[in-house]
Design a protein around this ligand. Structure first.
Ligand code: PLP
Length: 357
């Protein structure tokens, strides 16, 4: 079976097999990782290695903290303004889709949000040209979502910013090399390219820690987690363990340069299948901002959707149904999706089009 879910999404098979092997007895400890004290020597080794491996994979500079948090990316939507603004402050947001909008709505509860640019006029099918962004003079930070999981729009560039740049990278982190030093804060829910849901990773420049509003709950203060090396309370230990295995899998498979090539190859196959279908399939997004991770597409006749999905499932291609707000199909092809999965998908698409064209 090839699983095209947008998240929780497919994990590397080697990682799952290792988890299975170690499930009841981690490295001769006689314990499952699920059963270990988060302050014991075994888990200390697991979390220390996970952080070190992520730092190595992403080349994270020393002046950034890596935090393993809970609450999903949604918690970050609120934590960011609560930690980086005081009442009355202004913040800049780019609006390129559903996830940008959700982040904006939450930030509006705490700060004056200036939308520097929006692609809502064309149904979130592009990234607005940076030259036209209306920045505020006094923003505390600039926020954007590097890959809109639902709309399938990915930034082909890192925005220029004099104020701390903050990015929701939930659905394309670790998919290609990244210059972390361009950012003040990067955050990502784990359930696409990192590991099991229930964990969020934040990579935050040290000078941005320690400015939370006085009334912010202890658990929502970045300083709490930075000071305690992500062990202030019981962390999502099993998720951290699996993520650590994924980081080792990335290193073993050539790191982010290799991932970038692997992902570009897969995305090109799907987009070529769509563009070359003579109009049988259509993609809502065109050009350089087509996502390499999430490929939404429509059939020329929506009446065929159910049959397409049914046939796909019978062929072992599952979770292809598009998000309800976009309709049609969506193929999510994260790091762990093998090339063979994408080849099977495009073969099915061609065959289906032949039979119904
Ligand atoms: N941001 C992006 C880009 C997403 O794809 C998602 C969905 O998984 C979220 C935020 C919300 O993440 P969570 O469900 O972890 O809060």
């Amino acid at each position: 079976t090839y699983n095209f879910s947008s998240g929780p999404a497919v994990l590397p098979r080697d990682v799952l097999l290792q988890v299975q092997q170690e499930l009841t007895d981690w490295h001769g400890s006689g314990m499952s990782v699920m059963e270990m004290s988060h302050r014991g020597p075994e888990f200390t080794q697991i979390i220390t290695e996970a952080e070190a491996d992520l730092r190595a994979v992403l080349a994270i500079p020393a002046n950034y903290k890596v935090l393993f948090l809970q609450g999903g990316a949604h918690f970050q939507f609120g934590m960011i303004p609560l930690n980086l603004t005081q009442p009355g402050d202004t913040v800049d947001y780019v609006n390129t889709g559903s996830w940008s909008k959700t982040a904006i709505k939450e930030a509006q509860r705490y700060a004056n949000v200036n939308i520097v640019a929006s692609s809502e006029d064309r149904n979130f099918s592009y990234v607005p040209d940076e030259a036209g962004w209306q920045r505020s003079a006094n923003a505390k930070y600039l926020h954007y979502c590097s890959n809109e999981t639902i709309g399938g729009v990915e930034f082909p560039f890192i925005p220029q910013s004099d104020v701390p740049l903050i990015c929701d990278m939930s659905s394309n982190i670790l998919s290609q090399p990244l210059d972390v030093s361009r950012y003040g804060l990067i955050y990502a829910g784990a359930q696409k390219n990192i590991g099991p849901s229930g964990m969020t990773i934040a990579i935050i420049r040290e000078d941005l820690i320690g400015h939370a509003r006085a009334e912010v709950p202890t658990m929502l203060n970045y300083k709490t987690h930075a000071d305690a090396s992500s062990l202030y309370n019981t962390p999502p230990s099993f998720a951290i363990y699996v993520a650590g295995l994924v980081f080792k899998w990335l290193q073993k498979n050539g790191g982010l340069d290799a991932m970038a090539r692997h992902n570009a190859t897969k995305a090109a196959l799907v987009y070529d299948a769509i563009d070359g279908s003579g109009g049988f399939y259509r993609a809502p997004v065109s050009g350089a901002c087509r996502s390499r991770m999430n490929v939404p597409f429509w059939l020329k006749d929506a009446a065929l959707d159910a049959e397409f999905l049914q046939g796909a499932e019978a062929a072992g291609l599952v979770q292809l149904k598009g998000h309800r707000s976009v309709g049609g199909m969506r193929a999510s092809i994260y790091n762990a999706m093998p090339l063979e999965g994408v080849q099977a998908l495009v073969a099915y698409m061609a065959d289906f089009a032949r039979r119904h064209g």
